[in-house]
Design a protein around this ligand. Structure first.
Ligand SMILES: Cc1ncc(COP(=O)(O)O)c(C=O)c1O
Length: 387
């Protein structure tokens, strides 16, 4: 066939639900020469990755490493290792990713009890307590910390205590929370978590940092049946990521370079500073929206800093605005999903993307597009409210 022109990616401002923009340093790290996945240099870097991931997750869990695959691979990793046919699992469902957890748990043969909240709202400890009273031997309670489909941030500590008091493990999805707001695995006694590289860590998608507590690891180690997935079996992966360095699969070398560079940047900024930056830019966006008569659609008091669901005003076509932002301004924002389809725009302020400069870019473009779409909007008022 005829050789096609080389692919050339436009320089987008990634203000959707992920991926977020990636720094030049991370991209440069990924264009370094390849080394082998068992090269001593690479092996040393793997150790550094584990150490940095522990620092970012605020955990001492030995079993902390990046699974090769995106966040959904991390989700499957946690479920396949910890549960099997007939196990009782309670899952908080308040958006797309709780729904996905249910699907994954059911594929493992678990008996799933769903604890549901309207999209945009959090899962409450009272709801989990009520579910725990109806499930005789719960093995696992699973919740999504930061629901990217809605922007709800579910508090973890109370739910963790309830799960443990009932003898269950706590599984926490930290795909969107890690690096953008507090995630304290040890303090909150989280037994298992998976995250993603492409949100607040600002690395391209492709790896899923995971962490298992000693208790969770013991559950995986003492299983009587094999883990249903060979690729995600922690007992096999431990031999590659642990001291033995036995070949399991060919690690995606350059992705690991990228994560190494991204974690260095996160730790150099400092977790507290990074969280504060995310908080301040979220609050600035919220003020600017208020100044032009717009609001967020998620629960007040539990709003994510890194994902802002803007309610689409009456008379404005949701898709038209997103298209114009992308085509005319190179700005990507996300659409609403499920019951929120057509009702919200999801504006991500994750990692590198979370800056005043991007907020100004976005608001200038957004106000212009709203005006063109027939909704009079005062750009100056929006920008003034940012300060
Ligand atoms: C909260 C949450 N969990 C899980 C996932 C799945 O991650 P991935 O798309 O990287 O497989 C996502 C992705 O957006 C997410 O936001």
């Amino acid at each position: 066939m005829e050789i096609l022109p080389a692919f050339k990616a436009p320089a987008r401002v990634l203000m959707g639900p992920g991926p977020s923009n990636v720094s030049a340093e991370v991209l440069q790290s990924m264009s370094q020469p390849l080394v082998g996945h068992l090269d001593p240099v690479f092996v040393k870097m793997m150790e550094e990755l584990k150490t940095m991931l522990r620092a970012v997750f605020l955990t001492r869990n030995e079993m902390t490493f990046p699974v090769s695959g995106t966040g959904s691979a991390g989700m499957e990793f946690c479920f396949v290792n910890l549960i099997g046919p007939g196990d009782e699992v309670i899952v908080g469902v308040n958006g797309v990713f709780g729904t996905r957890m249910v699907d994954v748990a059911e594929r493992c043969g678990a008996r799933v009890t769903k604890v549901e909240a309207p999209w945009g709202q959090i899962i409450t400890p009272e709801q989990i307590a009520a579910a725990l009273r109806t499930v005789p031997k719960p093995k696992l309670v699973a919740i999504v910390h930061a629901e990217t489909s809605t922007g709800a941030l579910t508090p973890v500590e109370e739910i963790s205590k309830l799960a443990h008091a009932a003898g269950a493990l706590l599984l926490l999805d930290t795909v969107t929370s890690l690096g953008g707001c507090p995630v304290r695995l040890d303090e909150w006694a989280v037994d298992a978590t998976y995250s993603g590289t492409q949100k607040c860590l600002s690395c391209p998608p492709g790896l899923s940092p995971v962490s298992l507590s000693p208790r969770a690891l013991e559950v995986a180690r003492s299983r009587r049946t094999k883990v249903q997935s060979w690729y995600l079996d922690v007992n096999l992966l431990a031999s590659y990521w642990g001291q033995e360095r036995v070949y399991h699969h060919t690690a995606p070398i350059t992705m690991n370079y990228g994560l190494h560079a991204a974690l260095r940047l996160v730790l150099a900024e400092g977790l507290e500073n990074r969280w504060k930056r995310h908080q301040q830019n979220h609050l600035a966006l919220k003020s600017a929206l208020a100044a032009i008569g717009l609001e967020l659609a998620n629960q007040e008091g539990h709003q994510l800093w890194q994902l802002n669901p803007i309610r689409v005003p009456a008379g404005v076509e949701e898709l038209e605005v997103r298209k114009r932002l992308l085509n005319d301004f190179n700005i990507e924002v996300g659409a609403g999903l499920g019951p929120l389809k057509g009702k919200i725009w999801r504006v991500g302020l994750m990692g590198e993307t979370s800056s005043r400069e991007n907020l100004r870019l976005f608001l200038t473009a957004f106000c212009q597009v709203l005006n063109e779409c027939g909704r009079p909007t005062d750009t100056k008022a929006a920008l003034a409210a940012l300060a």
